[in-house]
Ligand binder design. Structure first.
Ligand code: NI
Length: 254
C-alpha cells in the first residue's frame, strides 16, 4: 500500500480524466490520496472530489500565493469546510518567497493566522516553504511542538529537517528527489528516519524522472517511493508500509 500525501487532483488539469487518474493510482497500489486546496474555490473543489471518491481525502487552507485574497469571510468558509468528514488537514499554508505572488508581509501575517486556525480546528498543518526557510522556522519556533503536521515538498537541508523532526513534524518527499541535482534532498532522505517520512506527488507539478516533462499524477508516487528505498537501502515494500502508516497517523485516517 502507498499514500500520496499531497496531490492537487481537484485542479482543472484533471477535469477530463479524473476517473482514469484515480483508477491508475489504485492499480499502482495507491490506497489513499490527499488532495490539497490552495484557494477558497479550490478548497471547495477539493472537498467535492473527496466526496466523490472513497480513496480521496481533502485538505483546506489558503496557499501563500493567494494570501492577499484572504478577507473577513475566508476563514468562516474554511471553518465550515473543515467540518467535513473527509477533511483531514489544514493547508497548504506557508511562505513562497520565490514567486512572491502575495506581498511578503501579508504572507507572513496570513500564515500565522492560519496556524492558529488549524490549531483551533485540531487539524495537522501542511506547510509550504519555498525560499523562506529562515522565516518559516522563526514562525514555527514558538509553537515548539504544539502543532502537528507536515513540511511538504521539503527543500531545506538536514539541519533544518532535524529541527522540524524535533518539533514533531513529518518531512514529505516529492518527485524532485529523482532529479539529478537534488543531492541535498537525497542527503535529507538518507538521514531522516523512515518513520518520519512521507511521499507525495504534488501533482500535476514536479513529475519524477523518468516521466519528467509530462503531467504528474498520483500513480507516480511509486517512482518517489522506489527512489527513497534506493537511497535508504531498504526494501520498497518497507517504504510503502511505513510511509503509509506515517500518513495515516498524521492525518488520522483509520
Ligand atoms: Ni502543493
Amino acid at each position: 500500500m502507498l499514500v500520496d500525501s499531497h496531490a492537487h487532483i481537484e485542479l482543472k488539469d484533471f477535469n477530463k480524466d479524473r476517473d482514469d487518474v484515480i483508477d491508475r493510482a489504485r492499480k499502482n497500489g495507491i490506497d489513499y490520496i490527499v488532495t490539497v486546496g490552495i484557494e477558497l474555490d479550490d478548497c471547495r473543489r477539493a472537498v467535492s472530489v473527496a466526496e466523490s471518491y472513497e480513496m480521496v481525502f481533502a485538505s483546506v487552507g489558503i496557499h501563500p500565493h493567494f494570501a492577499k485574497a484572504i478577507d473577513d469571510e475566508t476563514y468562516d468558509v474554511l471553518r465550515e469546510l473543515a467540518k467535513h468528514e473527509k477533511v483531514v488537514a489544514y493547508g497548504e499554508i506557508g511562505l513562497d518567497f520565490f514567486r512572491n505572488l502575495s506581498p511578503r508581509d501579508i504572507q507572513i501575517r496570513r500564515f500565522k493566522e492560519q496556524l492558529e486556525l488549524a490549531h483551533e480546528l485540531d487539524l495537522p498543518v501542511i506547510i509550504h516553504d519555498r525560499e523562506a526557510h529562515k522565516e518559516i522556522m522563526e514562525i514555527l519556533e514558538p509553537w515548539n511542538g504544539n502543532q502537528r503536521g507536515i513540511i511538504h515538498c521539503f527543500s531545506g537541508d538536514y539541519a533544518m529537517a532535524k529541527q522540524c523532526l524535533d518539533w514533531g513534524y513529518y518531512i514529505s518527499v516529492p518527485g524532485t528527489v529523482t532529479y539529478k541535482n537534488s543531492s541535498v534532498l537525497r542527503d535529507v532522505v538518507r538521514k531522516v528516519p523512515l518513520n518520519k517520512l512521507l511521499v507525495e506527488t504534488d501533482c500535476p507539478f514536479l513529475t519524477p524522472d523518468p516521466k519528467r516533462g509530462k503531467r504528474n499524477e498520483p500513480a507516480n508516487v511509486v517512482l518517489t517511493a522506489r527512489k527513497v528505498a534506493d537511497i535508504k537501502g531498504v526494501p520498497f515494500e518497507e517504504v510503502c508500509r511505513i510511509t503509509s502508516k506515517n500518513a495515516m497517523d498524521v492525518f488520522g485516517i483509520p
